[in-house]
Design a protein around this ligand. Structure first.
Ligand SMILES: *Cc1c(COP(=O)(O)O)cnc(C)c1O
Length: 386
């Protein structure tokens, strides 16, 4: 018998994207090779201007990664020892590692069971708890726009205003997303994003950016990304870091920015196909009100952990990639054991055991999305009938 395996569907297909970008990408790279200004060359400024215009922020400062963006944002506020930084437990480790690196204490907050975004009620409870204990000073809240959807910014701003907290938007997964008709970039005192290759606007290497409405903050970010320099190169005003975005990476991102809106709408169409095939079969992503997702991740929720294992195995057997974001909430990770106060965060703990992500990217065809959804649906009914 002649068994032909179905073609593999990868989680991400950057080779197809590169082919689609074509000679425009090469021309951008060649221009940098020709002028040779590899550090803070003209493409860096061009990219910053275009990114700020794209999301409607007053200032954009590009940096070396999303993690460095978070670090520079917190260094600029002088966040450190004795400070409590509130952030969701259900996120990538970078969100929590930066406050710890600066000597501050991450305080993990639970997430909303429907949207998986940071839960304002849990945030208020954790702030009250920290104030009552009296050992740490509530200082900042990091809202993560998880999976491409906006965090509940109106509620976070209201709590932050009442408590005197700095607001930082970890928008690594959601550049291009919209809330109440405007792109993310000015919801918080500072917005940090990432151009890691798998993010909605991904480069071909590491990169990130900071957005702010404050000219003072923007100037601080520029100083901090270049070793704390002042108005001349050899005037050192503060301790900074080497946190610049490479000119070559800026050139690549400029080429990708040309097709970004089109890519966002393809991601949204793929999400619609998944929704149509999977509603009522698994828990499909609940939409944050008045928002448009950037669809970094399309996550489904299975009824129990064994069902997830079963569905992932069925996809694997069909050569279809899937992933789990996140298999463990941060407060239960060994690295954060010493920083966490043992408060249970039940929604995050439950989600980690039952959530999984399906491929979603601009080079996935509608037919491939339908094939993936059919495979998930078949696996769910096979699991129910076992
Ligand atoms: C990817 C990511 C980061 C870190 O971005 P890098 O560019 O990889 O440093 C931070 N926070 C979240 C939520 C992320 O998904």
């Amino acid at each position: 018998m002649n068994h032909i395996a179905p073609p593999a569907i990868p989680f991400l297909d950057l080779a197809a994207q590169q082919a689609r970008l074509g000679p425009a990408l090469r021309a951008r790279i060649d221009a940098v090779l020709a002028h040779g200004q590899y550090i803070l060359g003209p493409e860096v400024t061009e990219l910053e201007n275009r990114l700020a215009a794209f999301c409607g922020a007053a200032h954009c400062v590009s940096v070396s990664s999303g993690t460095d963006a978070l670090q520079i944002a917190m260094m600029a506020e002088g966040i450190g020892r004795g400070d409590a930084v509130f952030l969701p437990a259900f996120t990538y480790t970078a969100t929590a590692e930066v406050p710890l690196l600066l000597g501050a204490t991450p305080v993990f907050v639970d997430v909303d069971p429907a949207t998986y975004q940071i839960d304002p009620a849990s945030l208020q409870a954790r702030i009250d708890q920290i104030k009552q204990q009296g050992a740490l000073r509530p200082r900042a809240v990091i809202g993560v726009d998880l999976f491409g959807q906006p965090a509940p910014w109106a509620a976070l701003r209201a709590i932050a205003a009442a408590e005197g907290l700095f607001t930082l938007d970890d928008c690594a997964q959601a550049f291009g997303a919209e809330l109440a008709g405007r792109r993310l970039g000015a919801e918080a005192d500072c917005t940090a994003t990432s151009f890691f290759p798998s993010k909605p606007l991904g480069g071909y290497g590491d990169g990130g950016a900071l957005f702010t409405e404050s000219p003072e903050r923007a100037a601080l970010y520029r100083s901090l990304r270049t070793h704390g320099e002042g108005t001349t190169r050899y005037e050192v005003l503060r301790i900074g870091m080497n946190g610049r975005l490479d000119t070559l990476q800026a050139a690549i991102l400029l080429s990708k920015l040309d097709v970004f809106e089109a890519e966002l709408s393809i991601r949204d169409r793929i999400a619609g196909i998944y929704d149509a095939h999977l509603a009522g079969i698994v828990t499909i992503p609940a939409r944050v009100a008045a928002s448009q997702s950037a669809w970094a991740i399309y996550a489904i929720l299975l009824p129990e952990p064994a069902a997830r294992d079963h569905v992932q195995a069925a996809l694997r057997a069909q050569n279809i990639a899937s992933a789990v974001y996140y298999p463990r909430p941060l407060h239960l990770q060994p690295a954060y054991a010493g920083a966490h106060d043992n408060t249970a965060l039940p929604v995050s703990e439950q989600l980690a055991t039952r959530i999984m992500a399906l491929p979603i990217h601009p080079d996935l065809s509608d037919a491939q999305a339908a094939r993936i959804a059919a495979c998930v649906a078949d696996a769910v009914s096979a699991y129910a009938a076992r």
